[in-house]
Design a protein around this ligand. Structure first.
Ligand SMILES: C[S@@+](CC[C@H](N)C(=O)[O-])C[C@H]1O[C@@H](n2cnc3c(N)ncnc32)[C@H](O)[C@@H]1O
Length: 431
């Protein structure tokens, strides 16, 4: 029998909140404990498998009110913002099971695509305090300048006094940046801060609500001076980045090649993660003579191959590609060619792929579906895929396997410590 019709636009009444005892079965993909209640999953942040908790449950979400029985894998979190800050989900989990969780994310994504028999290595870790790239938010709110990451499942900014994830030189900028932005931002205004660091120093970018006036620009360049930043740039409302202080390079090298990434450009999130990925790329491509580096950025992997192969780097961002090309020119690398191209709209064609004996692809989170379809129809002997999204990597891997490639091995790489994100590298060979 059908019930009385609901008035238009009114949602069915949600079950009222209730406090209840729950048993946590597993960790979900967001690093959140999952219990079952009335046959449905309930997500309880801050819990671990095997724990018994009391939680206030509303909809499919539970907020822990009491930890009745703790997991033996539970440890004290490293940061006093843990729980409120949305940057970390898993500081309360011991290191080994934490790394195993990250590996499981990769295994599960592959299994869902029927690739459960692929050899997946142990997660290559990046230690806490090693993140060299981060985006923070700031807001001038009621006389207080908030600076930090967004809160867990919220748009509020958690004002960070510390951040054990970041490199110490980046964490040390939190307090001075707060002071700077307090003077710079008008009431109610917000800004986005992009931090990157290399051996030569820090690159600080500010996305501001308006073009700074002369006095503010002087303040910015004085800040760069006092904090000994390598570079400070700003941009407002869709403008290209404008340098406020360009004091030196941040000192990055890919292999032996010095590279100056563009303001706000992509950079692998930790030096440790980049080293593991680069070593795996170099190993997988040993012996290749003509390599295509697709989604090349400013050359993290391609330039690290050095003289081993003729390199064709393809990338849609002109600033990144320009940085790669100038680095290759300065280093006298005549074997590097570059091509600006949107690989989603215009993937390399099967005929174009014929000239390569290896192809490396490292797309953004959405993956490389269009390019992979052409690779699957190609005869390139060796492929290497790097990804920050196991689900789209597994989807693309399925296309390649169906096209006759073998996914030989996958290595999970953790560059976003204590978050539920994981990266990976996989190598394929033609069967
Ligand atoms: C995950 S980053 C990898 C960059 C580089 N491999 C590295 O490790 O530094 C992905 C790169 O793909 C580029 N990109 C995004 N969409 C693209 C597209 N449709 N075609 C070509 N390049 C694209 C981005 O600009 C970015 O440089």
């Amino acid at each position: 029998m059908r019930g009385r019709p609901r008035p238009a636009g009114r949602k069915p009444d949600k079950a009222p909140a209730r406090e209840i005892e729950l048993y946590i079965d597993k960790l979900g993909s967001e690093g959140v404990g999952v219990a079952r209640l009335d046959g449905k999953p309930v997500l309880v942040a801050g819990t671990l498998p095997g724990e018994r908790v009391r939680a206030r449950v509303e909809g499919g979400q539970g907020a822990i009110t009491q930890l009745i029985e703790a997991s033996t894998d539970r440890i004290a979190p490293a940061c006093h913002h843990f729980g409120s800050c949305g940057g970390c989900a898993l500081q309360h989990l011991a290191w080994e099971p934490y790394l195993a969780f990250k590996r499981d994310l990769v295994v599960e994504a592959l299994r869902r695509q029927g690739l459960g028999d692929v050899a997946v290595g142990a997660t290559a870790a990046s230690p806490p305090g090693s993140r060299r790239r981060a985006t923070l938010e700031a807001k001038q709110a009621g006389g207080t300048l908030l600076l930090g990451f967004h809160g867990r499942s919220s748009h509020h900014i958690v004002d960070l006094g510390e951040c054990p994830v970041l490199l110490p030189e980046l964490a040390a900028l939190l307090a001075p940046l707060r002071k700077l932005l307090k003077v710079l931002l008008p009431a109610g205004a917000g800004a986005t801060i992009q931090l990157a660091a290399g051996p030569g120093g820090v690159d600080l970018g500010l996305m501001l609500p308006a073009v700074p006036d002369m006095e503010q620009l002087e303040r910015l360049s004085a800040f760069a001076e006092v904090k000994d930043l390598a570079r400070l740039w700003w941009r407002a409302d869709g403008m290209a980045p404008v340098p406020a202080a360009q004091r030196r390079s941040i000192g990055l090298r890919f292999g032996t090649v010095p590279v100056d990434p563009p303001s706000g450009g992509f950079l692998q999130a930790t030096a440790a993660g980049e080293a593991v990925l680069t070593a795996a790329v170099v190993d997988a491509l040993a012996g290749a003579e003509r390599v295509a580096d697709l989604f090349a950025g400013c050359g993290t992997f391609g330039l690290a191959l050095g003289q081993r192969a003729l390199l064709h780097a393809v990338e849609s961002d002109p600033a990144a590609l320009g940085a790669l090309a100038s680095a290759a020119r300065r280093a006298g690398l005549g074997f590097v060619s570059t091509e600006r191209r949107d690989l989603d709209a215009r993937p390399l064609l099967v005929a174009e792929l014929k000239r390569f004996d290896a192809v490396l692809f490292d797309p953004p989170r959405a993956g490389a579906r269009a390019q992979v379809v052409n690779l699957a129809a190609s005869s390139v002997p060796t492929l290497v895929g790097v990804s920050c999204n196991p689900a789209t990597f597994a989807r693309d891997a399925r296309i390649l396997v169906d096209g006759g490639y073998r996914l030989e091995s996958v290595l999970p790489v953790d560059q976003f410590v204590w978050s539920p994100h994981v990266e990976l590298i996989g190598r394929f060979s033609r069967r």
